[in-house]
Design a protein around this ligand. Structure first.
Ligand code: F6P
Ligand code: MG
Length: 297
C-alpha cells in the first residue's frame, strides 16, 4: 500500500489542457445520457477485453474521442473500447477513458459512469504519470468528481452542459460504514473470503454493491469503507483495467486521503505495460486496506 506523493500538473499549458479535458467531459456527459435510451442493446463487436460492447459504449467512446482528440494539448487517446491508443496530435498529455463504466447496468437502468485519466506521457502510462483523474456518475443527479492539484471536488453537471461546484476538498469519512465486493463468491480466494466475512461482522457496516465500479467507488468516497474487485481463482488479475480504471480510481481515492492496493502495493505503483492489462483492486479507508493486505499476505 506504500504510497508516494500524488503527481500534479506543473506547467500553465498542462493546467489549461486539464481544464479543457474536464470541460469536454462535463459538456459531453448530458449528450451521453440523452443518447442512452435507444442504445441499450449489444453492439456487433466485443471490446479488447472480450466483453460484449453495448451500442452506448461505442457511442460514448466515439463522441469523447472526437472531442478530446481535438484538444491541442492532447497527444494520445485510448479507451477500453478500442484495441490501440490513437495519435491525436502533438500535445504532451494522454487521455485514457472508460467511456461507460458499468454498462451491464444499462438494461436494468442503474448507475453507470464515465471515467477519465490524464497522463503526462505516452500510453500505456504509469500511475505516477497521472496529473488528473475523475469520473461522471449518471445517477439520479449527474455529478462529476475531479481529482487534481491534490484536491478532490464534486460538481453537479446540468443538462445545458454547465457544471457547478457542490463539494470541495472531499476526503473519505474517518469511520467507513459501507462495503462492496465484486466477483462470484465461490470464485474468491479463501484468504479474501475470510477477510470479507470479518468486514461483514462489524455491526456498523452495511453492504452496498451495485455492479458498476464507479457507483460502488462513489459509495466509498461518500460514506467510507471498502470496495474491491478482487483476485479471483479463475482470474488472478481480477477484472478491472489498470489504465482506464485502476490508476484513475487509485488517484481519486488517494487524493481524497484513502488507501488503495492491488493486494500488496498502491494501485498507483502497479507496473503493467500492456494497454488493456488488468489488476485486482482494493480501495477504501486506510485501516481496512491495511487489514486487507495483511489478510492476503
Ligand atoms: O468495467 C467493468 C465493470 O462493469 C465494473 O464497472 C464492475 O465493477 C464490474 O465490471 C462488474 O463485473 P461483473 O458483473 O462481471 O462482476
Ligand atoms: Mg469499466
Amino acid at each position: 500500500m506504500a504510497t508516494k506523493d500524488i503527481n500534479t500538473a506543473d506547467t500553465a499549458h498542462e493546467i489549461r489542457t486539464i481544464d479543457e479535458v474536464v470541460d469536454v467531459i462535463a459538456s459531453t456527459a448530458p449528450e451521453i445520457r440523452t443518447g442512452l435510451p435507444g442504445r441499450r442493446v449489444a453492439a456487433e463487436e466485443e471490446n479488447p477485453s472480450g466483453e460484449t460492447q453495448m451500442a452506448a459504449d461505442v457511442f460514448a467512446d466515439d463522441l469523447l474521442c472526437e472531442r478530446i482528440g481535438a484538444l491541442e494539448g492532447v497527444g494520445e487517446y485510448a479507451s477500453e473500447e478500442r484495441p490501440e491508443s490513437i495519435d491525436v496530435g502533438n500535445g504532451s498529455l494522454s487521455v485514457a477513458l472508460d467511456p461507460l463504466d458499468g454498462s451491464s447496468n444499462l438494461k436494468p437502468n442503474n448507475t453507470m459512469g464515465t471515467i477519465f485519466a490524464v497522463y503526462d506521457g505516452p500510453l500505456p502510462a504509469h500511475g505516477r504519470d497521472l496529473v488528473a483523474a475523475g469520473y461522471v456518475l449518471y445517477g439520479p443527479v449527474m455529478t462529476m468528481i475531479v481529482a487534481r492539484d491534490g484536491t478532490v471536488n464534486e460538481y453537479v453537471v446540468y443538462d445545458d452542459s454547465s457544471y457547478e461546484l457542490v463539494r470541495e476538498d472531499i476526503t473519505l469519512p474517518e469511520e467507513g460504514t459501507v462495503y462492496g465486493f465484486g466477483g462470484r463468491v465461490p470464485d474468491w480466494t479463501d484468504d479474501f473470503e475470510a477477510f470479507a466475512r470479518e468486514v461483514e461482522q462489524d455491526a456498523s457496516r452495511k453492504l452496498r454493491y451495485g455492479g458498476s465500479m464507479i457507483g460502488d467507488v462513489n459509495q466509498i468516497l461518500t460514506y467510507g469503507g471498502i470496495f474491491s474487485y478482487p483476485t479471483l481463482q479463475s482470474a488472478p488479475e481480477g477484472k478491472l483495467r489498470v489504465q482506464f480504471e485502476g490508476y484513475p480510481i487509485g488517484y481519486v481515492i488517494e487524493t481524497a486521503g484513502g488507501a488503495t492496493s492491488d493486494g500488496t502495493k498502491s494501485l498507483l505503483d502497479v507496473d503493467k505495460d500492456e494497454l488493456h492489462a488488468r489488476t485486482p483492486l482494493y480501495i477504501g479507508n486506510t485501516d481496512l486496506v491495511t487489514e486487507l493486505e495483511s489478510a492476503l499476505d
